[in-house]
Ligand binder design. Structure first.
Ligand code: NAD
Length: 408
């Protein structure tokens, strides 16, 4: 570690929801004391119970002994307000995904914490520089993007803002290591590495529903390729309503054709696994995704209303469009310097998004295909389907030199 870096011993987490709970366990399991704040005292109480239950479950499973469970739990304490956490080395914020709310919290914490303390956000996509700008310590602000469930998923995206200092990054990387994470540093852009690439991938999947495919076909094709879960099963797990509510809050994006199926599902209360129905049906207490003819009928209605002429879409086309969408966006992320290497992008997809390990990640897969081949295939899609398939400049350049992403 450099002289200006420091070890994080005391941390605080703001927010006791889904992510806050997992993050608190990551810290406590790594030996870091955590103070926990939520403006909803009931939520905090519930969250403390959940953490205690998780540790008790780990003891029953034989994964840790009672003494270890007690030691972990003893590191976690509720804090009444921000004044109570003024001496911590690091705060990780995991409140609702709203920029103004996060800025308000960062501004307040900046006024209270010691100058060398780090301020991190678990935002999934928001602008880290805009959050840092609410403070007088932008060099100490960064993103720590955990994946759900945070205490289980290996990936940690460490988001470097324009002014984040090397010492802050180093401290975050050291913490990632202590927590047993695979840490990948990402530049600051909407969605960082993982969610930015997910966007065009899911867009293709959704478009294919309107053009003629059904969720189970799309998922089967991608699972056949080796993905842990196809995109629609993934949305059922994450909750279809999250993006739906975000579109409503933002007041934009709700009219786009490709989200009309999602909108209808949410209007019917079909939010995914948690509500027993989403793209699939779930029997009470079961996580088994079952084909639901009602969803097929809904998709047919929506695509007809939107004027699509449905056609058969085979597994080959599903794979081609979803995988090339990932690769092309990955190439843009690389050429913009958002990711330091193709390998980093692959790590994100292998550890956070269930990309098949034997294929090495989307960029390694593209290298195996050959970038000249990928370039041709993107050009063919561009001819058939339009500008969104224009190959990233980097793909053309590397292909012309007979190189792959890994050579860069
Ligand atoms: P959540 O709704 O489960 O929890 C949010 C918590 O924040 C609630 O307990 C709420 O009471 C608390 N809160 C709200 N305003 C507060 C305030 N002013 N002060 C203190 N506490 C406050 O949300 P979540 O799913 O845990 O997401 C939290 C953040 O993590 C979001 O930025 C989200 O985008 C990001 N994220 C979510 C996931 C996921 O899969 N859920 C994955 C990665 C990142």
């Amino acid at each position: 570690m450099s002289q200006t870096s420091f070890e994080i011993q005391q941390a605080a987490v703001i927010g006791a929801g889904t992510m806050g709970r997992g993050i608190v366990m990551c810290l406590a399991n790594a030996g870091v004391n955590v103070q926990w704040v939520d403006n909803n005292p009931q939520m905090l109480e519930q969250a403390l119970t959940t953490v205690a239950q998780t540790y008790a479950h780990n003891v029953r499973q034989g994964r840790i002994d009672q003494a270890e469970a007690d030691a972990r739990m003893a590191r976690v304490s509720a804090a009444a307000d921000y004044a109570a956490i003024r001496n911590v080395d690091l705060v990780i914020e995991a409140v609702y995904e709203n920029l103004e709310l996060k800025q308000k919290i960062f501004r307040e914490l900046d006024g209270l914490l010691k100058p060398e303390a780090l301020l991190a956000s678990n935002t999934s996509a928001l602008d880290i520089d805009a959050i840092a700008a609410a403070t007088r310590r932008p060099a100490q602000v960064l993103g720590l993007h955990f994946f759900s469930p945070a205490h289980i998923m290996k990936l940690l995206e460490i988001v470097r803002g324009a002014q984040t200092s090397p010492a802050a990054l180093e401290a975050a990387l050291a913490l990632g290591k202590r927590m047993g994470k695979v840490s990948v540093v990402s530049g600051n852009c909407h969605g960082f590495i993982g969610n930015r690439m997910l966007h065009p991938y899911v867009l293709e999947a959704r478009k294919m529903l309107l053009e003629g495919a059904y969720p189970q076909q799309v998922d089967a094709a991608l699972q056949g390729f080796g993905f842990a879960m196809g995109p629609f099963r993934m949305y059922d797990v994450v909750g279809i309503d999250l993006e739906w509510r975000a579109r409503q809050l933002a007041g934009k994006g709700q009219d786009a054709p490709q989200v009309q199926v999602d909108n209808r599902l949410c209007e019917m209360g079909r939010f995914g696994q948690k509500s027993g129905n989403g793209y699939y049906h779930y029997e009470p207490g079961s996580r088994q995704a079952e084909h639901d003819p009602e969803v097929d009928a809904l998709i047919l209605r929506v695509s007809e209303e939107l004027g699509f002429q449905r056609r058969d879409i085979g597994a080959e086309e599903i794979l081609e469009r979803c995988l090339l969408a990932l690769v092309n966006e990955g190439a843009k992320i690389l050429q913009e310097g958002i990711a330091g290497s193709a390998h980093d992008i692959d790590l994100v997809y292998l550890n956070g998004y269930g990309f098949p390990a034997d294929k090495g990640g989307p960029m390694a897969w593209a290298d195996q295909q050959g970038l000249a081949d990928i370039h041709q295939r993107l050009l063919a899609l561009e001819t058939r389907q339009g500008d969104q398939w224009k190959p990233a400049r980097l793909i053309g350049e590397l292909a012309a030199q007979g190189k792959g992403f890994a050579d860069r």
